[in-house]
Design a protein around this ligand. Sequence first.
Ligand code: SF4
Length: 683
Amino acid sequence: MEITIAKSAGFCFGVNNAVNMVYNMLEENDNKCIYTFGPIIHNDQVVEYFTSKGVKTVESIQQIDQKGHIVIRAHGVTPNIYKEIRDKGLILEDATCPYVKKIHNLVEEKSNEGYRIIIVGDKNHPEVIGINGWCNNNAYIVNSVQDANEMSISDEKICVVSQTTITKEKWYEINQCLKDRFKNLEQYDTICNATFKRQSEVDEISKNVDMMIIIGGKNSSNTQKLFDISKKHCAMTYKVQTSVDLPLIDVKKIKKIGISAGASTPDWVIEEVIKKMSELNNQEITKKDDNQGEINFADAFESSFVRIQTGDIVKGKIIGFNANEVFVDLGYKSDGIVSLQDYTDDPSFVIEKEIKIGDEIEVFVQKVNDGEGNVKLSKKQVDAMKSWDDIVKAYEDKTPVKAIVVEVVNGGVIASAKGVRVFVPGSQLSDRYVKQLSDFLKKTIEVRIIDFNEKKRKLVGSARVIIEETKEIASKEVWGNIEVGKNYTGTVKSLTDFGVFVDIGGVDGLIHVSELSWSRVKHPSDVLKIGDVVEVSVLEFNKDKKKVSLGYRKNEDNPWFVAGQKYNVGDIVNVKVLRMASFGAFVELEEGVDGLVHISQISNKHIAKVEDVLQKGMSADAKIVEMDIENKKISLSIKDVNPIDPVEEKSETSEKSDEVNQTEHKEDMSVTLGDIVSDSNEE
Ligand code: SF4
């Protein structure tokens, strides 16, 4: 005969915690009065044992007539019960399972946010009654697809949670129906992982055995669910409370037997059942073992559990993950959890993309019980152990290593190189002064290990030496090939009032402020910032003085270049009067492109002064009569479009001056934008 015992059989974390709480109180032996609110677990043997030791089970707080300690079991209770306990002056010993407590908090929060709560579970189960209390007993409780289908379609905001012990199958089926009835539905699968694991194991084992024994209390809902799951695959499934209930079957004739137990079944009850089966089998030899030949039921039970302790490095299989944690099956009673920060230092790591369920990983056991019944694991620590030798070799070979800055410390930062911590002093982070060390946080840097203490396992790294060496090589390359007009892609390194320094590959060149833009720039920071990657061209250089002047503004952005493409002689344009001169008015076609309307081109009549007809800031339509883009000259005529008449009569003198003006116009066509700027400055 071959037997398979589910690794997850027996007490779950929550039950273990509650039972131990009562054991410990009894052990203190100070004659305190101990009550439990309802049977501490759904197991008659355990409850009877506690009763024999004086522990009283009460169904309501009113039943209590003596001061004492009251233990809330793993199922949890409503807020009203806490109040009654306080009002009665009892001492609260809260063994509510942390997984159940999480549901209480979620339900309370969502209910306060205006959500209607749906609990998928059994309305008479104490856990469900407790959860409902945290949303003012206002939850809809559904336990079947039929219940869900009977609900009316509604727009209200819904938050669905589950009783911790229901099957995944039930959860999915019911939620499928709920989705059709409620548009604003938020689902929170709160099935306990221990339950899920137990159910999955039974599902698997029952497919491959001839008989299944499920051990557990008659009122235990999770035991009943294990029984139901097993029954689907294995007709010979029996639910037993103790060895006394074992069926009277000749087990010798059965080839394969599977055994599991509910979350409230103590190990000694499981052992007793196994022992009884050994007797029924009438022989000790029962299970094949590859190395040791055949072993008995009791040994099989023992060997079915993986034993782990803090500091172990173990292998496990990834069974799930969320945004912050990876769940690992270690073959141990409890699952392992690796938090994201214990998984990797890589800030670009995305759990959903990089974690695959079913993959095997090696992990370091940090704590066998993290306080919530799970094993706390670290993958980073295993990586660091494996990487240590590589990093030491990199120190000996002087080869660079990639590291992620994970922490700012006194005088520098800690960078993680494949999990190995390397101290990088502030002065070694860059070849320039670093103002804010925190700017480097989560960034990947390349460092050379410059100091190493094997004994203290301390490493010091420098990014600076690598940067300086790289720059030295690059700068030789630049000076060897530089020429006027050559284009480079560079990075802005610093800004000053007079320009911007750009690293074009180991050499810093200057873009003078006047070369930053075609329009006037108040300060270089209006155009560029440190870290910008820019395309520049060499305007001039001096190899001896190691100086390079760079150009940044592009010809195609030059407004005169654009105007040359855009306008033609004869075009009518709307212009703005910028300023007046004795010989005409300077007007703006667009930002950076100005032209001249000679006084003779304003009106058909004589004009004594330009100001007699034009005002600064006014607009007028004008015809382009001449264009010289290369020399930045455009001549326009208003009178060809819409002549503006002067207010005063034209006099003889003014007729003369008209002639003079005609001559001046020809000469003044040489006035450019530059002249305007210098004229304005003189003013
Ligand atoms: S089954 Fe899960 S939720 Fe329930 S008591 Fe055990 S660990 Fe807690």
